[in-house]
Each structure stands twice: as structure tokens, then as C-alpha cells.
Design a binder for this molecule. Structure first.
Ligand code: SF4
Length: 382
């Protein structure tokens, strides 16, 4: 029986986001990976920081041919609030991450190769099969999520090629630690891009295993390249919730575009971060006020349904007309025109809208009921 590491090494193929390091002083057969902002130089026989991309004989091998989780979510859970409200997001993840956040809410998949407590079994999958199932289930969007999708970008593009053929939109739920090369590679295939902007303090990012600057560069670049971008900040008391940090963070987002939706969401104790108190509705409301003062037009408070007043709803940025009403992930009212405009003042609302609200298949996540087939696709690992 193979270990998880051995199983993942078998489920690979040569990647596209790398180049040979010409400087022979670093050693023979070194290469550099460009899938994320670490831009790892990798010697032959070694893996990068993410542990899932590795150099074998001077060529980069990347994850391929499996999923470590497939689930259907309401699109509001990703969260995207300005893209086909109520749409079903067929979501898949692989394993591994380039960061190691101690409060990760997807740690079972993201930290599977670092933490023996994170047990997650991969199953074989094909892009065509996933796109077909998404269509059969009535999904609007196919999303790469749960682990960091940048580090498995080649597989995501293979899946998204099939999704596009099937008429689906596509999305990334990412920490934003990207490079210009990977964004160029993704641009033809990714419609929606959510970035976790975890802090505005480089020291905090270094605690999580990253740096602030590549994330900010990614946000600017995504907007310039025409991806639909929404940003999320998980508000952690004592970590990233000072007024000064929130002011600088929201002023940065507003400087890219005041129309980028900013979701400020409530922390609950998870994984290894058990010290901070849970975020209260008052903390979210206060953060939203700071964002509003910075000039942001669309601010949402998440993870505390029914406890944050109007901060779950969408209002017109010009006349404050109520456009979309929500309770948690449930759409309770939809009033946009077929052109995606305010019915009162005709202002176009930034986002990706359908001609009409098409109802909501689910307000909560579910695992597609292909249990028997899925069980036979699980790899046996120890
Ligand atoms: S994806 Fe990032 S962490 Fe992984 S090998 Fe490439 S540059 Fe390194």
C-alpha cells in the first residue's frame, strides 16, 4: 500500500509553469517554478515549498488526475456576491498549499502533506467527468478551491477547458500569492477570482509563510487583466483587526477599484489558532465602517447570518436602492434589471449577472450523491 506522498507523486505529469535555471553555479538540473509567488528554485529530486510540485530529472512534475474533495456550494459561500446570485458552484480541491496558516478552515486538504492529523484521501477524476457532472447537477460555475489552486494551476486549466466547452463559468478561490506568469496562463480560462487578503502587515504574512507584496501585485494585476475580483478578509481579533491596519487595507483595495466587493468575515476557532476570541457582529460592523470611509462601495459581512443588519445585502452604489437581499447564503430577494442595473436609477452594477434570477438549487453545501462510484475511485493510501 502506498503512502499519501507516493500516491501523489504517481498522480503527476510534466507542468508548464517553470523554466530551467541557466546559472550553472546553482547546480545542474535546477529549475524555477512560477505557479506561485515563492518562485521556488528546485534542485533535481526535490519538491518546492508546497511539497506537491517537484523536480524529477530536470523537469517539473505537477499534480494531475485526482481530486481530494468535490462538493456543491452556493456561489455565495465562495464568496462571490456579484456573480450570478443563487448559482450553484461545483467545487473541487486537490491537496497542498504554499502557505501554512494556523487558522486555516480547509486544513484537512491544504496541510495534508505537512500535518499527519490532516487526513484527506484523493480520488481519481477526469476533467470531462467533472464538467459533465457539474452540468447534470445544474451548476453555473466550476470552481477550484479547498486547497490553494495556484499550485495546481495546470490541472485547473485542464478542468476549465472542459467546463468552458460545456458552457460553464469558472472560478478560483485563492490566497493571491501569484506571479505574472501564472495569471497570464489562467486568464483565458478563469472568470471569477477571489483573493484572501489576510492582513496588511508583511510581518503577519511572513508568519503564515508568505509576503504581502505579491498579494497586492496580484490584486492589481487581476483587476487590470479583467478577471472579476472579490476580496475576503477573515477578521481575527488581535491579529489583523486594528483600525490602522483595516484603514490601510481598505484604502489599498479602493485605490485599485472602489467597486471591488470586500467581504469581511467572522473568525471562529479552527485548526491551531485557538487563542483569539471569535469575531462579533459589532467587530464586523466597525470594520465595514472603516471600509466605507476608505471609499469602498460594496462591503459585506460574512459568517454571522442575520446578525449584521444590512451588510448581507447589495445596495446600488449610486442611490442605495436595495438590489439583492440575503440571509447567509440564501437569496431572499433579487431586484436587478436584466441588464444588471439598478431598477430605480439605472446605474450599471459591477459584476457578472444573468438576464434574470434563475432560482437557487441550494443554500447549503452538499456532496454529489455518486457515493458508490466515488468510493471505487478513492486511492488506497496509508
Ligand atoms: S507552486 Fe509555489 S511553492 Fe510550489 S513549487 Fe511552485 S513556486 Fe514553489
Amino acid at each position: 500500500m502506498a503512502t499519501l506522498k507516493e500516491t501523489l507523486e504517481q498522480n503527476t505529469r510534466e507542468g508548464e509553469l517553470w523554466e530551467r535555471i541557466a546559472d550553472r553555479s546553482v547546480g545542474k538540473d535546477w529549475l524555477r517554478c512560477y505557479a506561485c509567488g515563492h518562485e521556488c528554485p528546485i534542485p533535481d529530486g526535490q519538491a518546492g515549498v508546497c511539497k506537491v510540485r517537484f523536480n524529477r530529472g530536470g523537469r517539473l512534475y505537477v499534480p494531475w488526475g485526482y481530486a481530494a474533495g468535490i462538493q456543491c456550494d452556493p456561489i455565495e459561500k465562495k464568496p462571490f456576491h456579484h456573480a450570478w446570485p443563487g448559482g450553484l458552484a461545483y467545487s473541487f480541491g486537490m491537496l497542498g498549499c504554499d502557505l501554512h496558516c494556523s487558522y486555516c478552515q480547509n486544513w484537512v486538504t491544504s496541510q495534508a502533506l505537512r500535518d499527519p492529523a490532516a487526513v484527506s484521501r484523493p480520488m481519481s477524476a477526469t476533467p470531462a467527468e467533472m464538467a459533465r457532472e457539474a452540468v447534470e447537477l445544474g451548476a453555473k460555475v466550476l470552481v477550484s478551491t479547498y486547497n490553494e489552486p495556484l499550485i495546481t494551476a495546470e490541472w485547473a486549466v485542464a478542468v476549465f477547458r472542459e467546463a468552458k466547452k460545456a458552457g460553464l463559468a469558472t472560478g478560483f478561490v485563492s490566497n493571491g500569492n501569484a506571479t505574472p506568469q501564472v495569471l497570464e496562463y489562467l486568464r483565458p480560462w478563469v472568470d471569477l477570482y477571489k483573493v484572501d487578503l489576510k492582513s496588511f502587515d508583511d510581518r503577519h504574512y511572513r508568519q503564515l509563510g508568505g509576503r504581502l507584496e505579491p498579494i497586492l501585485r496580484t490584486i492589481r494585476s487581476l483587476h487590470e487583466r479583467g478577471f472579476w475580483v472579490e476580496i475576503v478578509t477573515l477578521l481575527i481579533p488581535g491579529f489583523n483587526d486594528s483600525d490602522d491596519e483595516l484603514r490601510r487595507l481598505t484604502e489599498f483595495v479602493a485605490s485599485v477599484s472602489p467597486f471591488i466587493p470586500w467581504h469581511v468575515t467572522a473568525f471562529h476557532k479552527d485548526y491551531k489558532m485557538n487563542d483569539p476570541a471569535n469575531t462579533t457582529p459589532e467587530m464586523l460592523t466597525h470594520a465595514a465602517e472603516i471600509g466605507r470611509a476608505a471609499g469602498l462601495k460594496y462591503i459585506y459581512a460574512g459568517n454571522l447570518p442575520g446578525r449584521v443588519g444590512d451588510l448581507e445585502n447589495t445596495r446600488c452604489h449610486a442611490c442605495r436602492e436595495l438590489l439583492i437581499e440575503r440571509y447567509g447564503y440564501l437569496i431572499t430577494g433579487y431586484h436587478l434589471t436584466p441588464e444588471g442595473a439598478c431598477p430605480r436609477c439605472a446605474t450599471k452594477i459591477p459584476g457578472r449577472w444573468g438576464a434574470k434570477f434563475e432560482g437557487q438549487i441550494t443554500e447549503r453545501q452538499f456532496v454529489p450523491s455518486r457515493g458508490a462510484r466515488r468510493a471505487s475511485q478513492l486511492f488506497v493510501v496509508r
